[in-house]
Design a protein around this ligand. Sequence first.
Ligand code: FMN
Length: 318
Amino acid sequence: MNDWLPDIPVWQAPTGSIAGVELCAAVSRAGGIGSMGMTWEAEEEGARKIEAVRRITDKPFMCNFALAFAPKCLDNVLNAGAPIVCFSWGDAAPYAKRVKNADAILGVQVTNVDGMKRAADIGAEFVICQSVEAGGHVQSTTSMDTLLPKILDAAGDIPVIAAGGVSTGTRIAELIRLGAAGVMCGTRFVASVESLAHAEYKRRLVEAEAEDAALTMCFQDGWQGAPHRVLRNSTMETWEAYGSPSVGNRPGEGDKLAVNGHGEPILRYEDTAPRVGMEGEIEAMCCYAGMGVGNIQSILPASEILLQLWKEALETSN
Ligand SMILES: Cc1cc2nc3c(=O)[nH]c(=O)nc-3n(C[C@H](O)[C@H](O)[C@H](O)COP(=O)(O)O)c2cc1C
């Protein structure tokens, strides 16, 4: 029934625009599951990316839609043959049938027992248990060690993939021992050769400690009201020094921090992560990071990261 699960139970998290074709394909080709964020993708672009991954590997990979936004390229992605589709941040029920009719595997990100039950009701074939240690937008309010046993209890036979602050083989072994069918790592793969993160963002991840990865409401522009975990930086320190004011009253609001590859401005407080091709004050931008960031010592090819993590996990278990 779960014969589609990967040889290596390590998934690369959908990390928005940072995880493109090369990163996704590299992880899947090496035996894990790679993924791409499709939430903000234009319709034809979603299909183009599926086809591009397929040209590199025939292994399964995942596409994510954060349902705080309409999943505008869902049909294109399904028609192009996306093997696994996962929804986060919203009610997946209206889309479940479309995924199943396309013979794709349906996954849902859950952060509490009610969410787990709803995912089971709509026929989710796996769930992602996201905990509060996660980097990026954080749907969860609960630590992994508290949340995972509850989700596992409610999941029954549905495989549970644990996401949030996972960046060592030792932690992977622990979570699998608890009963997770796999783990999902986001920040660890942002600091990979293939990720589309800006070189300075990757360098800051390598230098950071766990306490530098703060949960905040600072970078709200683009996605209002969603907590996110990022590296502390000058924008955040100044905003906090002013008492964390609301939108419209923030220091330096409207400052142009950088430009993207098309010369379009990135403003202070935007939720856009620094990508290759951007130029400007990268440090002051929204650099997402989970609490496992302190264990990241180097920027390596994604396949090496995957194989090293899994080797370390196996050594810990033996
Ligand atoms: C740069 C970045 C972007 C992310 N974008 C998304 C996204 O588009 N959709 C989503 O469901 N989760 C997103 N996440 C959260 C991840 O799916 C995952 O839950 C998280 O990375 C796990 O924690 P970790 O970073 O500590 O490994 C993002 C995370 C990061 C670091």
